[in-house]
Every structure is written in C-alpha cells, then in structure tokens.
Design a protein around this ligand. Structure first.
Ligand SMILES: C[S@@+](CC[C@H](N)C(=O)[O-])C[C@H]1O[C@@H](n2cnc3c(N)ncnc32)[C@H](O)[C@@H]1O
Length: 200
C-alpha cells in the first residue's frame, strides 16, 4: 500500500487538478499532482507498491542522467514484474536504453504519435511525428493481459496513454507519472485508478 505523501513539506505544492477523492480509503480513486523534482517528491512511495509507471520523460542530451534516476526509482517502487512504459525520442535512444537497462529489464518497444506541431531535427532534416514507446519491467516481466505495442484504435498520444492505463492496470491500482502533464492524471481519474504525478 502507498502511504499518503507528506504534505507538510513547504517545497511541495498540490497543483490542478487537485485531489478528487477521500484520503481515508487508499483504494479509492485519487489524483495527486505534485510540483517539484520527482526524485525528491516521490520518496514516500513504498517499495514495490506501484502497478504502472507511464510517462514522457525529457529526451534531450542533458537529460540522459534523469533516465538513470527514473530506472532506479522504477526498480524500487514497481511491483515485481510490473512495467515502466515511457515514450522516448529517437535521437538519444541508445543512451536512454543503456541507462534504463541498469535497473530494469527490457521487454519491448512500441510507437506513439506526437502532438502537432511536430519537432524538426535540423541536423538530420527529419520532421519527427512520433516517439518510441519503451516497455521495461521490474525484474522478469509477468504477462497477465495481452496488449498491442501500437494500439490500432490509438490516433493520438492521449489515446495511447488511455489504452495502456486501461489494459495494464485495474480499478484501484496505483499509476505513477514522474513527468506529468494533465493527460495521465485525467486518464487515471476517468478510469478509477489511484494516480500520483509530478511536474517540476
Ligand atoms: C516531455 S515533458 C512531459 C510532457 C507531459 N507528458 C505532458 O503531457 O505535458 C517532460 C517534463 O518533465 C519535466 N521534468 C524534467 N525533469 C524533471 C524532474 N526531475 N522531476 C519532475 N519533472 C521533471 C520537464 O519540465 C517537462 O515538463
């Protein structure tokens, strides 16, 4: 079970959307969005308590070390065999996969469309319309439900997030996004999951 995060810390602020359900029942669907660095804000999450981490971490060259911290965090908090599903831009994919593999087990790779306007990789003259979707497990992957690596019905990034939250978790499960916008929070709330997200 996940303890409630410490709200007395002055560095942590709850941002919109605010918590939507009672704090008294930990299996009640909740959305907690925090402001800060996930490496500091999420230290209260219990070891082996998270059912799914789904996120879009920063992918520039200076952020590779954050993927290492994400890998270590995921290995600590994910339940054995549970998945980290993270979108990663292709430019630094080899470096990202190298650091993810230090604490997690590579499972598979899918694809997720980007939102317009698309990014232009000037030095390669490439207009990028999608990102790789990386699936890494905490230890050995424990397949429970069959899923698609590129969901047929998924036309947008939001729909891809919704597909994986819905298929990889159940109502009341704990879903974490350490680099959260509104998308994962809204999806998790709609599907009745417990959600914890962070934005710096
Ligand atoms: C690719 S964006 C995520 C976009 C998000 N999925 C959305 O829909 O808006 C990555 C975000 O992670 C944030 N970030 C970078 N380092 C962070 C850290 N250590 N802890 C928390 N957030 C961080 C960045 O500011 C950026 O907003």
């Amino acid at each position: 079970m996940t303890r409630r995060l410490n709200r007395s810390n002055r560095d942590q602020q709850v941002v919109e959307p605010e918590e939507v359900a009672s704090a008294s029942d930990e299996l009640t669907p909740t959305v907690d969005l925090w402001k800060g660095d996930f490496r500091e804000v999420l230290t209260d999450i219990d070891d082996g308590s998270v059912d799914l981490i789904i996120s879009s971490p920063p992918c520039d060259e200076d952020s590779i070390h954050i993927w290492k911290d994400l890998s270590d965090f995921a290995a600590r908090v994910l339940k054995p065999g549970a998945l980290l599903v993270a979108s990663a831009e292709q430019r630094y994919l080899p470096q990202i996969m190298e650091v993810l593999g230090t604490s997690l087990t590579y499972v598979w790779m899918g694809w997720v469309p980007k939102r317009a306007p698309y990014s232009h990789i000037d030095e390669l003259s490439i207009r990028s319309k999608g990102k790789q979707l990386l699936f890494y497990a905490n230890g050995e992957y424990v397949p429970e439900i069959p899923f698609d690596d590129v969901p047929n019905k998924a036309g947008t990034e939001d729909a891809v997030v919704a597909y994986y939250v819905e298929i990889l978790t159940e109502r009341g499960d704990l879903v974490v996004d350490p680099f959260s916008g509104a998308t994962t929070a809204v999806v998790a709330q709609r599907l009745g999951r417990r959600f914890v997200g962070v934005r710096d």
